[in-house]
Design a protein around this ligand. Sequence first.
Ligand SMILES: [Zn+2]
Length: 467
Amino acid sequence: MPPLFTGIFFCMKQAWELAVLCAVLAVLALPASLSPQQPAQAPIVLHAARLFEVDTGNILRPGEILVEGERIRAAGTSVDHPQGAKIIDLGDTTLLPGLIDAHVHLFLHPGAEDLQTVEESVPWRTILAEQAAKADLLAGFTSERDMGTEGAGSADTAVRDAINEGLIPGPRLRISGNAIDILGGHEDANHFNPAQHVLSNADYANTAEQIVAVMREQHKEGSSFAKIYQTGPDRMVPAGSPPCLGDPVCAQIGLGPEPDDPEFWTFHTPYQYTEGQLEAAVAEAARFDTNVGVHCQGEPAARFAVEAGVASIDHATQLSSTTMQLMKQKHIPAVPTFTIFEYFAEHAPTPEAAAREHAMLDYKVHEFRRQVAAGVPMAVGSDVGPFPHGTQAREFELMVKFGMTPLAVLQGDYLNGAQILTWQNEVGKLQSGYYADIIAVPGNPLDDISVLEHVSFVMKNGVVVRQ
Ligand SMILES: [Zn+2]
């Protein structure tokens, strides 16, 4: 191992091509206490009263998992106990795969959601994001998709890489850098004093070519997928309003009255990108073996996004019958994000704002029941950030409260979540070959889903991070 000064001297003298080598030398020179956290050398056997089998939906009694290095080697009612293995008895708990949150914002924290991106520096926000990643992991979330740093650019690359190096605790991350948005769109800094040149929280793209160019820039800076703002601003409109408020695009693609839902068009949200523009984004993502996630509250934007082949429809407040059928056929999950809607309704600054937020939540719940009945695949994403990190298991409880069974919510989280994060066969099951991302909860989540809010044990990558 070279002494520290050798590395520094070397790096000062070299051109940018050697930056990677310099980074390696810098890590080698770290004091031992900062060296990456590695899985234990000896195998670990976890034992608990119960184990949740994702595919079958069965609860095995008891449950045992053999962990070797960063992977699960066996799981069932009993497993081999190799000589020298460390046995961890978790008593009267249920073993489950680590939770997946398909929609988080590590770079947001509660309070003044809009102004924190104006007032706080990117270095400060990065330090807070580190704390957020730790809080989410300790709450049992071992895999997350971060849906945009909201003005912190590609600072999420540093957070993800530091987690992967074992320098800081946090979930496995899929990251987008900034999200992508149109000029004057949902995430732009609209209505500030123009003379102040307040920056957008997202990267601008107004055409298909610009979307592709922005995606290439974000990829260069370390993103693993693209997040696109596809709707906004949202508002409730009086019952009896014409479909899409007369938007000719809706008529063109055949969106009209929803026969079984006379209240359907009481929610209105303009689209930002056409189907063709989103197709360009999806094709560019495919070139990198990745996908596109959209903030998408309603029609006709959702129809465009689903036709284009995005990975998921996030928020998904308003989906027409045709869009729901297409999502089922193409297996594109909705990510309802109830927790953020509930939080905004309960923390509104004025009674008028509270009434608006509650009306939107009521509408959303009504539509969600219709989506569940239509067989739309569901994944679990909380939109945590504007509400405190580490509290987002509330999302599971709300999805059950509003019409799904605990089993359907858990299978949606693990199977559809892994699909969205493109980590199928890696996370979401307690099965040989999968990453050893494992949690334990008191009680049985199939009887009471709220036990997920009381995670008592967390292992990620074969390393115990909470016990
Ligand atoms: Zn979000």
